[in-house]
Design a protein around this ligand. Structure first.
Ligand SMILES: Cc1cc2nc3c(=O)[nH]c(=O)nc-3n(C[C@H](O)[C@H](O)[C@H](O)COP(=O)(O)OP(=O)(O)OC[C@H]3O[C@@H](n4cnc5c(N)ncnc54)[C@H](O)[C@@H]3O)c2cc1C
Length: 440
């Protein structure tokens, strides 16, 4: 049975997140964008309000919420400010490898602290020389007695400048690519750990993005998230569970842009009437509405699959790719409806436009999502239709030929159909030899 009804708990979570977004985030979103700063007090408020860390399992002191709950909250936060939503959601990204790992002692060590003590945890795979190709990690992990030693740099790390803990992916042997990838939980105040200056971005400026540097950082063995060879799969599994949230960011941001455009269209008058009276504008709004709704369905489906214990990888990629591209299309049309005012800094469209541009980049670019989706479509996808060469004839069957009861041969090259005990020596249509014919 399929059911799109939200439970009373989900509805109240949605209400709580929406109220938080409208009361706490929206009024300051432009200010923190302008000064390019992550307001720590707001992250703290999100923590206190219980709209952060929803995915920490109950046994470790969290609410044990599902991914569907997570995307419902994320949509609301991103509707007010995608940048702040990214920084608030980042704990979920940072601790997902820990939740997925088999190291229960490590979960016991960190998850209760994150749940109770307002600790931030970031996620670090990307480096200055690589982002998409996770198997190309260069940050080095060397085993030495009872610990590992980390050396290298991570780049583009959301909350990298403010997080207490880090899920760090490294390599024990760069030559062996995927097989060398491992992962650790690292603490900011350990010797040798430092973060670089905040990276200046065009959008999502209220979200901290920094580099992390590790110089001979000693990591105790108990902090291994994934042994060499297991890290790559752990990173991919993490993305399968966090990409739906990127889709939810996009849905929230696009929904806001659509709502601002609807509001404007009802008020703005040209040629003696509100522009909302013109079909050209109505159709734009219809398409914006359709896109937001479609994207949300994909996001919910991916989250639902994960909550059902199914592998969400494919739908997560579909949701992330579709929603992030959808958001840009919707933003483009919203700006068109607001026209001149849409192109100013005094209206919200320009910030949303800058903020949404990132969705096609982080947690796997749109190109990488296409690689995943096409890999499935061309590989493991099981079609319902028979192969082309086994299709029934695509021309009208001559009743006399059919009545003759003779075998039917189809040229696999051009589709020409021949009736007879044997195929012809050569296809009379494309001149391929007899071997091109298949009995159907
Ligand atoms: C604001 C921000 C926050 C981020 N937060 C984090 C974070 O918290 N943690 C983290 O680890 N990373 C983070 N990232 C990094 C992000 O995940 C990477 O930027 C992203 O994965 C792309 O990597 P890249 O920028 O190195 O591009 P590259 O991998 O160098 O790719 C460059 C271009 O080539 C394309 N491309 C690459 N390979 C192929 C291929 N095989 N076929 C076709 N096209 C290809 C890409 O799609 C892209 O268009 C963040 C990035 C930004 C900008």
């Amino acid at each position: 049975m399929l059911d799109f009804t939200l439970t009373p708990e989900q509805l109240s979570l949605q209400k709580k997140a929406r109220e938080f977004a409208l009361k706490e985030i929206l009024p300051v979103a432009w200010y923190y964008d302008e000064i390019h700063e992550t307001p720590m007090h707001l992250l703290r408020k999100a923590f206190d309000a219980g709209i952060m860390n929803g995915d920490i399992p109950v046994e470790y002191g969290g609410p044990g919420a599902g991914l569907l709950d997570g995307v419902i909250v994320t949509e609301e936060l991103a509707a007010a400010c995608p940048g702040l939503a990214t920084s608030i959601f980042d704990n979920s990204l940072g601790m997902e490898p820990l939740i997925l790992s088999s190291n229960d002692a490590l979960k016991e060590k960190y998850l209760p602290k994150i749940a109770k003590d307002f600790k931030l945890i970031c996620f670090a795979t990307s480096e200055p020389t690589m982002g998409s190709d996770v198997s190309g990690i260069r940050c080095e992990a060397r085993e030495e007695g009872d610990h590992w030693v980390l050396n290298g740099t991570k780049y583009w790390i959301t909350n990298g400048g403010i997080a207490d803990y880090m899920s760090v992916f490294a390599t024990a042997d760069a030559e062996s690519k995927h097989q060398g990838i491992c992962a650790f939980i690292v603490e900011r105040d350990w010797d040798g750990v430092s973060s670089g200056k905040t990276i200046q971005k065009i959008g999502q400026r209220a979200s901290n993005t920094s580099s992390l540097n590790f110089k001979n950082v000693k990591v105790p063995k108990e902090n291994v998230l994934a042994a060499p060879g297991d890290g790559f799969v752990l990173a991919m599994k993490t993305f399968g569970r966090t990409r739906p949230a990127i889709g939810a960011f996009a849905v929230g941001a696009a929904r806001s842009a659509m709502e601002f455009a609807i509001d404007y269209a009802k008020r703005r008058r040209t040629f003696g009437a509100p522009i909302a009276n013109y079909q050209a504008i109505q159709f734009k709004i219809a398409e914006m509405f359709q896109k937001v709704e479609t994207a949300r369905l994909l996001v919910w489906k991916a989250a639902w699959e994960a909550d059902q214990g199914l592998d969400p990888t494919l739908t997560a990629s579909l949701a992330k790719m579709y929603s992030s591209e959808m958001a840009q299309e919707v933003l483009g049309e919203a700006l068109q409806i607001l026209a001149g005012y849409g192109y100013t800094k005094w209206f919200p469209i320009e910030k949303l436009m800058r903020d949404t541009r990132l969705f096609k980049i982080y947690e796997g670019t749109s190109e990488i999502q296409r690689i995943i989706i096409s890999g499935f479509a061309l590989g493991t996808y099981e079609p319902a239709m028979p192969p082309l060469e086994d299709l029934p004839m695509q021309r009208e069957v001559d009743p006399e030929e059919k009545a003759s009861g003779q075998a039917v041969w189809r040229c696999r090259m051009c589709g020409y159909v021949h009736h007879g005990e044997e195929p012809p020596d050569e296809c009379p249509s494309c001149f391929f030899p007899k071997t091109a014919f298949k009995k159907v």
